[in-house]
Design a protein around this ligand. Structure first.
Ligand SMILES: [Zn+2]
Ligand SMILES: [Zn+2]
Length: 135
């Protein structure tokens, strides 16, 4: 059973305000990382960018969504589905593809050995190239 958004927001210890719910609904419309501008397109005109950023940051803090850096002047956000993955970004048209496989445990072992760190808890790794349309 799919949890209702109201319940979902509450399950993260947040009040389910109308604006938070519409930001969440906007994020759910896309199956890829989106910018604050994509989200604003889906909200009513009275909601400003600062408000949306504030909400997004609260969602990130609570672990409900993830913030992704894709080498642009702004951040991207996506629903945290608990599935570790990476992204491949077209440098020409900005198309984003999800990459599900992650096989970098060998690199992590090497990094641990060389750095003397006791653990590596997470990593972020994105790939950049040209898609079939832009190549
Ligand atoms: Zn492209
Ligand atoms: Zn990975």
């Amino acid at each position: 059973m799919i949890m209702e958004n109201k319940e979902l927001v509450k399950s993260y210890g947040l009040k389910a305000t109308p604006t938070r719910l519409s930001v969440l609904a906007a994020l759910q419309k896309y199956s890829k990382p989106v910018s604050v501008f994509d989200i604003l397109k889906n909200l009513n005109k009275n909601t400003d960018q600062t408000t949306v950023y504030r909400i997004l940051n609260v969602f990130v803090e609570k672990g409900m969504i993830k913030k992704i850096d894709l080498k642009k002047d702004f951040s991207f956000f996506e629903i945290n589905e608990g599935k570790h993955h990476h992204h491949l970004v077209c440098q020409s048209c900005s198309k984003i593809k999800e990459i599900e496989s992650c096989d970098i445990s060998a690199i992590e072992k090497q990094v641990l050995k060389k750095s003397g760190f006791k653990s590596i808890d997470e990593h972020a790794l994105e790939f950049y190239g040209l898609c079939e349309n832009c190549a």
